[in-house]
Design a protein around this ligand. Structure first.
Ligand code: NAP
Ligand code: MG
Length: 403
């Protein structure tokens, strides 16, 4: 008789590409399926499948998260020109993460996984730095144009009543490029609220960065909306909790973050968050030690790893070589999603199980059993560098001891 943990509502499982796809299956086989009767609704976002469905599969997966509330996503290829060739694509499909984010709206929170035998490259950082990344608009929903001949490019606004306004972008004398992008007050508002709520929940200061001295209308809008919501809804609560909110220019915030001891929530615009979360992850050790969750204002959650598909490792894997790829962030994507599913469905045993998987994973690294990427960073002498699969078995041994 199996005594596996039961689930109620299906978890939306979004599979992906390359090395992370290999890891995905290993995590399920080694750490999850032996203990849980996994109830998932499966969406395959493998690039071939996206191409075959004209990317409908990506839209379907986001709608499934809207239906059930919680999803877990594997890293996926965002095609560039090389990928279009490699996979013989019908077109250069958009970033699946961008598509899913724009359907769910919401904010991405990224936090490093801290282990006690790894010192960050910035040694004054003692506590995790969480990056909140706005997940709608800006360059991820841009319209781009390549100017091939001399001519004038304008921004034209046409109102419902037919009135128009025109702004000259540039009068091109020769070839060049141009881009239009947008954002929505409603989305900025829910981003701000998500950040204030998260900061209060975690009792950490909130810093928001933009560049309103250069972008006097666009970035100014972000700054003003944050300030208005803070004054009207959160100022008293922040005072009571002993935490603070402040806005500053992104270059100033970067300097402050580097000098800080961590333990703050740094709210970033979409592109800034893309760049800065990789910087923070790399400084804390490895991109593979960074967790990521998209929280929508309607209460939908999507968990994923912050890193990509680890292409180089995949090609080695396909040549039959053993890889030493770090699965921590993908493990934590699964445990984050299972914990949230458990919380929403009132399944305490599922929550407790996911927590034990996290503890066993951290313990494995703290006992010196690591993948290659952590070798240089470890501050303790005792270590064994293992391959991708061996790491997962080492976690399973420690997990089994806790169950
Ligand atoms: P990447 O997959 O994050 O890998 C970059 C490098 O970082 C790797 O070559 C590896 O370094 C190291 N690395 C990242 N994750 C690791 C892990 N788990 N364990 C060990 N080392 C790890 O980024 P990329 O090579 O720029 O992108 C590959 C593909 O991923 C692209 O097609 C991109 O579109 C996609 N991508 C997807 C997402 C997502 O779905 N969320 C995010 C970013 C990128 P070494 O080679 O030195 O070992
Ligand atoms: Mg990035």
């Amino acid at each position: 008789m199996s005594t596996k943990i039961q689930m109620k509502t299906p978890l939306v499982e979004i599979d992906g590409d390359e090395m992370t796809r290999i890891i995905w299956a290993m995590i399920k086989d080694i750490l999850l399926k032996p203990y849980i009767d996994l109830n998932t609704e499966y969406y395959d976002l493998n690039l071939r499948e996206r191409n075959a469905t004209n990317d409908q599969i990506t839209i379907d997966s986001a709608n499934a998260i809207k239906k059930y509330g919680v999803g877990v996503k594997c890293a996926t290829i965002t095609p560039n020109a090389a990928r279009v060739k490699e996979y013989d694509l019908k077109q250069m499909w958009k970033s699946p993460n961008g598509t899913i984010r724009s359907i769910l709206d919401g904010t991405v929170f990224r936090t490093p996984i801290i282990v006690n035998n790894l010192t960050p490259f910035i040694p004054t950082w003692k506590k995790p730095i969480t990056i909140a990344r706005h997940a709608y608009g800006d360059i991820y929903k841009n319209v781009e144009y390549r100017v091939e001949k001399p001519g004038k490019v304008e921004l034209v606004y046409t109102g419902l009543d037919g009135t128009t306004e025109r702004l000259e972008v540039h009068n091109f004398k020769d070839k060049g490029v141009v881009m239009g992008m947008h954002n929505l007050d409603a989305s900025i508002r829910s981003f701000a609220k998500a950040c204030f709520t998260y900061a209060l929940d975690q009792k950490i200061d909130l810093w928001f960065s933009a560049k309103e001295t250069i972008s006097k209308i666009y970035d100014r809008d972000f700054k003003d909306i944050f300030e208005e919501i803070y004054k009207n809804e959160y100022q008293d609560k922040f005072k009571a909790a002993g935490i603070e909110y402040f806005y500053s220019l992104i270059d100033d915030i970067v300097a402050r973050v580097v000098r800080s001891e961590g333990g703050v929530l740094w709210a970033c615009k979409n592109y800034d968050g893309d760049v800065m979360s990789d910087m923070v992850a790399a400084s804390f050790g490895s991109l593979a030690m960074m967790t990521s969750v998209l929280v929508s204002p309607d209460g939908y959650f999507e968990y994923e790893a912050a890193h990509g598909t680890v292409q180089k490792h995949y090609y080695n894997h396909m040549k039959g070589e053993k890889t030493s790829t770090n699965s921590m962030a993908t493990i934590f994507a699964w445990t984050g999603a299972l914990k949230k599913r458990g919380e929403l469905d009132g399944l305490n045993d599922l929550v407790a199980f996911a927590e034990k998987v996290e503890q066993a994973s951290v313990q494995t690294i703290e006992e010196g059993v690591i993948t290659k990427d952590l070798n240089q960073l470890l501050t303790t002498p005792n270590r064994t560098v293992v391959n991708t699969e061996e790491f997962l078995y080492a976690v399973r041994d420690r997990l089994a001891a806790k169950l």
